[in-house]
Write a protein that binds this ligand. Structure first.
Ligand code: 5GP
Length: 239
């Protein structure tokens, strides 16, 4: 009997390890790397507020790095004691994130003292909602560092400008936007649109997919593109 019990323990242990590995590998399938055009969020009913650092440059900013499943659904808010947001881990991230990952939403009216958006709140929100779900691959500092490196590596605005697509308030073909990004990066991009207060449909976000291992420069063909909510031609608004 004793012999049998002692051989069962390692088997149980191996099963647990195998189950843990399956759980980790099923966390998510790939990342959406989402960049947004600032004036598109400013043109909605809610308007927008600039960060304390002032009006950001006329360029795409990071919205987030979102773990996703191949079937189009996504995990969110995978908070646990080990991955709660730690502001102190952001110190060397802040200067870069202020430039490339700025917030535009206005603080709630109930709060005194501010017409400025709050970057740290956006970063905490993105970490809590999305980053916690890819914690097995990227811990908090690595998550922000990796995302900002992606942003530095891919200059979407330059790609569009090189092809005559400018933020000048005119309309451009969504297919053409997709095509020039595919030529420059090698992968199809997701294009997301929004509607301004006058009913114009605008270029809002450009989505690229990234391998779940988060190896450097690991863009991939999207297993599933985000919802196509754009007409054939969309406004590229001035910022
Ligand atoms: P929206 O309503 O603007 O499409 O999305 C609202 C929020 O939902 C986004 O800021 C993002 O946090 C999340 N979200 C929307 N679509 C997706 C998606 O396809 N994947 C993931 N991971 N998050 C998404």
């Amino acid at each position: 009997m004793k012999m049998a019990n002692s051989s069962i323990i390692p088997i149980k242990f191996l099963i647990l390890v195998a189950l843990a590995n399956i759980c980790v590998s099923q966390d998510f399938d790939f990342f959406y790397f989402v960049q947004q055009w600032p004036s598109s969020s400013c043109d909605t009913k809610q308007g927008c507020c600039f960060p304390q650092t002032g009006k950001p440059a006329s360029n795409f900013t990071v919205h987030g790095l979102w773990p996703n499943f191949n079937n189009g659904s996504f995990p969110s808010n995978c908070k646990s004691v080990e991955n709660s947001f730690d502001e102190s881990k952001m110190s060397d991230i802040v200067p870069r994130a202020e430039t490339s990952w700025a917030a535009f939403s206005c603080p709630s009216k109930k709060k005194t003292n501010s017409t400025n958006s709050d970057n740290m709140k956006l970063w905490k929100h993105e970490w809590d909602k999305h980053g916690t779900c890819s914690h097995s691959v990227l811990h908090q500092h690595a998550y922000f560092d990796f995302t900002l490196n992606l942003k530095d590596h891919i200059d979407l605005l330059q790609i569009l400008l090189n092809n005559g697509i400018k933020p000048d308030g005119k309309n451009y073909s969504v297919e053409k936007i997709r095509q020039v990004i595919k030529e420059a990066i090698g992968f199809k991009a997701g294009i997301r649109c929004n509607t301004d207060v006058s009913g114009n449909i605008q270029l809002n976000e450009i989505v690229l997919c990234v391998d779940k291992s988060a190896a450097s420069r690991s863009f991939i063909e999207c297993p599933v593109l985000p919802d196509a909510n754009c007409p054939d031609n969309v406004e590229f608004p001035i910022f």
